[in-house]
Design a protein around this ligand. Structure first.
Ligand code: FES
Ligand SMILES: [Fe+2]
Length: 452
């Protein structure tokens, strides 16, 4: 046993649990849980990011067998609505075949193989544009043009179906018909989100950007707060970056980064007002959004403001119960391999995946899931707003202040890919605690690709 096994080293400054002790409201028990990954340095082979062979291994051993988030239920709200979900060289077609039934098929015409659909739409059937073969929404064969010429085609010529299940208003698919159920894969995720039911949100924004890096490099930039000091220095006055808590629960891991508390990296002591200004990303030439009242903290003040803004959508009673932690902190979960729902009321959900069949390009998506007044209808789900590899995040106005932060994040990524592609090192290495989520991902990925 190494010394690290005995006492995982942590940053100086208030621990997250210390901050919870000072909350003005009772905090949900799920935030009180601590489940660190056993310590131990990790070295990960660079080929996981740079090798087309490893990408092919991921396609065969991971993507074709793992549960993965394909869309929101609200993306295909009405019978006949359909949407495609592409992963590497595979395309899946999801459709609502009945009011309470969603089905998913390989998105391919059984005649000569054209993709059946390329974009979302609504129809009463799934018809191929090339020669007109058509299937019913449940995948059964509907129409064979010039039937006399296809004596080999029978009524059992159904579209090849993949498995579908739902959680939190998301639709998941799995191409492996023998895989364990989704509930088993998600483990205790439902308990964690009990107080923040994502099925009762609507998709207010959905932005997808193409990046010039491996999909894992992209998601790893959003799985730790370690990079804040170098990449987002403007946030330091109001973020407990290196006091973040990192936990692992089965296939799930999470980070909790406190806001409205000073970074242990600072060599000066910010006031409560400085911390609040940093939380709201206030530019120095802008007027203050909010003053911290005498005798109050930044966390209390931001908590009160955000509780107030939630009254109309979650009701006064529920809003009054919400803790400062739920109002202020960044609680970012990851479900292996690539689904990142944020806890509490932060609205963010990320998904990362390869762009086409490329090992060196990725798609990063950010959705905002917002609560709405449930006495009225659910607002319509936002369609995807695509940004190309050279487009700036700030072109997505709907992301507000996050767009500028994302620009800082993704600025590094093609340079990391380029560095790794030089071949000058064989492994990258992860921090023991602050890169817990990365270690957890690569631990599970190693198990998946080693399966027979
Ligand atoms: S390829 Fe689809 S009908 Fe011919
Ligand atoms: Fe970041």
């Amino acid at each position: 046993m190494t010394a690290l096994d005995d006492a995982p080293t942590r940053s100086r400054g208030l621990s997250y649990q210390d901050l919870l002790d000072a909350d003005t409201h009772p905090v949900p028990v799920v935030l009180r849980r601590q489940s660190p990954l056993a310590p131990g340095p990790t070295f990960v082979p660079v080929e996981r990011y740079t090798s087309p062979e490893f990408h092919r291994l991921e396609v065969e051993k991971l993507w074709k067998r793992v549960w993965q988030m394909a869309c929101r239920e609200e993306d295909i709200a009405e019978v006949g609505d359909h949407i495609t979900y592409d992963i590497a060289n595979i395309s899946i077609l999801l459709t609502r075949s009945a009011p309470d039934t969603i089905r998913a098929f390989h998105n391919i015409c059984l005649h000569r193989g054209r993709l059946l659909k390329e974009k979302p739409g609504r129809d009463t059937e799934l018809r191929c544009a090339f020669h007109g073969f058509a299937w019913n929404l449940d995948g059964s064969l509907k129409h064979v043009p010039c039937k006399w010429d296809f004596p080999q085609v029978n009524d059992d010529w159904t579209l090849p179906e993949v498995r579908v299940d739902t959680w939190g208003g998301f639709v998941f698919i799995n191409m492996d018909l023998d895989a364990p159920p989704l509930a088993e894969h998600l483990g205790e995720l439902g308990e964690h989100f009990e107080r923040w039911p994502l099925e009762r949100r609507f998709k207010q924004a959905h932005v997808a950007k193409v990046l010039r890096c491996n999909w894992k490099l992209a998601q790893e930039a959003f799985m730790e707060a370690f990079h804040v000091v170098a990449t987002h220095p403007q946030l330091l006055a109001g973020i407990g970056d290196s006091n973040s808590q990192y936990d692992v629960f089965g296939n799930i891991c999470r980070a909790i980064t406190p806001n409205g508390t000073p970074s242990p990296h600072l060599h000066w002591t910010p006031t409560e007002q400085d911390m609040l200004d940093a939380m709201f990303d206030r530019s120095l030439d802008e007027p203050r959004l909010l003053e911290v009242p005498d005798g109050h903290t930044a966390r209390e003040t931001a908590g009160e403001l955000r509780r107030h803004t939630l009254v109309d959508v979650v009701g006064a009673e529920h809003a009054a119960e919400l803790s400062d932690a739920e109002m202020c902190d960044s609680i970012y979960y990851t479900v292996f391999p690539n689904f990142h729902p944020w806890g509490a009321f932060n609205r963010i959900v990320y998904r990362f995946r390869p762009y086409g069949n490329r090992h060196d390009m990725a798609i990063m998506e950010c959705m905002f899931l917002s609560p709405y007044d449930e006495s009225g209808p659910r607002p319509p789900a936002a369609p995807i707003h695509w940004l190309g590899p050279d487009d700036d995040w700030t072109e997505a106005n709907e992301l507000g202040m996050l767009a500028r932060v994302f620009n800082q994040d993704v600025f590094n990524l093609p340079k990391v890919q380029a560095g790794l592609e030089t071949g000058a090192i064989d492994t990258v290495t992860f921090a023991n605690y602050q890169e817990t989520k990365l270690r957890h991902h690569h631990m599970l990925l190693g198990q998946w690709v080693a399966r027979p």
